[in-house]
Ligand binder design. Structure first.
Ligand code: A2P
Length: 261
């Protein structure tokens, strides 16, 4: 049976193109879908000629939202995004109503300072987690580090964080708790450098006036980026004494691979 079940079809409600390589979109939410902020679902487009291509997409909207939001790269010859980048409001989209993932609060032991470490579209799960009350209830400080090659690639995250302060639910809870650290690596901007470099050198602590270095007693981390990024950050966190956690065995940091293609 190649065609998706009818119940898996949702409707695109909005599309925003942020750069020629990045866009976000909103879709109707299946009534049966429950998810924890930070989880992902499988998404695809109906295909008349065969089996639809489905890919894992982190949900970028908060768990309480009536709709679902996603943030995606556009790859000209990508099996899904070459087509997905052309969607318009009203178009059908396949969405399997089952959310899973490890980038969730349940997979972390209680801590004091939560590091959200993202490159590129790895910001998506944090767009959900930053709008999740539990994030602010459970942590004294949240440090959102987002690194992209170029300045405009930071726009989606920057806008979301600006809006967060005015959010009636979250604005008050997060007051004085968020440190935002956007950097670029290939275009000159006020703050530059890879996340691994600014953490290892201590620059991020100096720039944000935070106590360092990382300390397994109070620091927790959620990591979402490319495979190479995730691997390098995991090694850095492990050197600082943090242990990787999972849903079955909560720990000090968790990792999810950002979808590309
Ligand atoms: P850089 O420009 O120095 O490669 P990409 O688009 O390749 O996924 O990269 C997104 C961002 O992540 C870029 O700013 C890139 O920096 C950075 N990056 C890529 N790989 C790593 C890594 N292994 N460790 C830290 N940062 C990385």
């Amino acid at each position: 049976m190649n065609q998706p079940l009818r119940t898996d079809l949702q409707t695109v409600t909005a599309v925003t193109h942020w750069t020629d390589r990045l866009f976000s979109f909103r879709v109707t939410r299946p009534q049966s879908l429950r998810f924890r902020s930070g989880e992902f679902v499988m998404i695809g487009l109906p295909d008349l000629n065969g089996k639809p291509v489905l890919r894992a997409y982190s949900i970028a909207s908060p768990a309480w939202d009536d709709e679902l939001e996603f943030y995606s790269i556009k790859v000209p010859d990508g099996p899904l995004t070459s087509r997905l980048q052309h969607i318009r409001p009203g178009d059908p989209i396949i969405l399997r109503p089952k959310a899973v993932g490890t980038l969730v609060h349940d997979a972390l032991m209680p801590g004091k300072r939560l590091w959200m470490l993202a490159t590129g579209t790895g910001f998506a799960p944090f767009a959900s987690l930053l709008r999740e009350p539990e994030t602010w209830e459970k942590n004294e400080r949240v440090v959102m580090m987002h690194t992209c090659r170029e300045v405009t690639e930071l726009d989606y995250g920057r806008r979301l964080i600006e809006d967060l302060h005015a959010d009636p639910l979250i604005g008050e809870m997060m007051a004085g708790k968020l440190s935002y650290y956007p950097t670029t690596t290939r275009e000159v901007s006020p703050r530059m450098g890879r996340i691994t470099e600014t953490l290892a050198s201590g620059k991020v602590f100096t720039d944000l006036d935070l106590t360092g270095p990382l300390d397994a007693a109070g620091d927790r981390a959620m990591v979402c980026g490319s495979l190479a990024f995730n691997k390098d950050v995991a090694a850095l966190l492990e050197r600082a004494g943090l242990r990787e956690g999972s849903n079955a065995a909560p720990g000090d940091f968790v990792i999810e691979k950002a979808f590309v293609g």
